[in-house]
Ligand binder design. Sequence first.
Ligand code: SF4
Length: 386
Amino acid sequence: MEQSMIRLQAQLMKDYYKDFSRYAKGKKPECKIAWVTAFTPVEILEALGMDYYYPESYAAVIAASGKEQELMQECERQHLTADCCSYSCCFEGCVSLEKGPRGIPPKPDVLIATNNQCNTLPNWWNILAQRYHVPLIILDYPGEYVSGDYAYDYVRKQHEDLIFKLEILSGNKLDMSVLDKMIRNSKNSVQAWERIVDEFAVRAIRPTELFDGISFLITARCKEETAQLYVLMQEEFQKYSMADLTLTPVFWLGYPLWYHKDRYLSEIFDGFRMVGSNYITWWNLDYSGDTPLERLFQAYNYTFLNLKQNSRTKKLMECIKRSKAAGTVTLRNKSCKCDFVSARNIGLPQAELEIDMIDRMYLDTGKARRQMELLKEAICIVSELI
Ligand code: SF4
């Protein structure tokens, strides 16, 4: 069992990283390459036999390998200030110096950005388009701000146009039944991952295992092996002991800290246990609908960060309630304001930490420790009042 998990992980990693740097040295790729943002309908690209890479994810890998400072400084020397999203600064430094822990991703033939997450991404992709002189496709998802039928028509047309352009680029014709299969794979991956998230709330699972484990749902959600891996992971987690209920349950509201060996501030978690995180539910996309295009619309138009504040609060509250957290550790992320505002009105004591998910220099551990002590006191007071 353990061996199969390792084999599946290794296979997915190998598939993703096998061509890093290889083509930077002038070798011609075997298929067309896209660089995409984290909530791009990659099922279309997979069905067309294209390869795709995620600059945001690679920035996380760079920080995990301890290389982010040099690359962020290079980026600042060139054009972007360190106040911009650290994912972009870190990755821009990487492609400027052609240097990264696993090399650099194969050069793109097309860039695809979506705004269902934030507006930084289309701007960042514009910078990449200037660097590589390749077509840039921006998908505009209106979210809940436009009524259902109109939004569906608007997004469907963009997806059809994307298919048309990528068919020309890749030289392949989209087979709807293959697209349907890719969407089913994604759906299976999401369902298997949701079961893992449920285990996390009740068992002694290290948060690191989920913060790292979700990477496959991001970069390989429509590959069959991802759901297989998650089913095995869940079986493995079911063998873990139950969580220590004497520890105070808290919800991690924000990104993992990619530079940290545990991906969260484990050193200030004395007496606490993490029971949930919004980050590990962001890719639980809802692929419901009768046709492949309806399913893609539903999944990518209504991503968590593309919802209105009220809906976000409602979803977040459901998530926190399910985890049985008594308080939250809320990250006021230097890079990402849109994530932080999700935490409004959640009605629980919060420790609000100033932090960045990539830039390790932007952290005062002493202050964070004091905030956690205050959080513990606040939770005690609230529980006495109930
Ligand atoms: S971290 Fe925030 S600002 Fe940066 S790309 Fe992600 S969603 Fe956008």
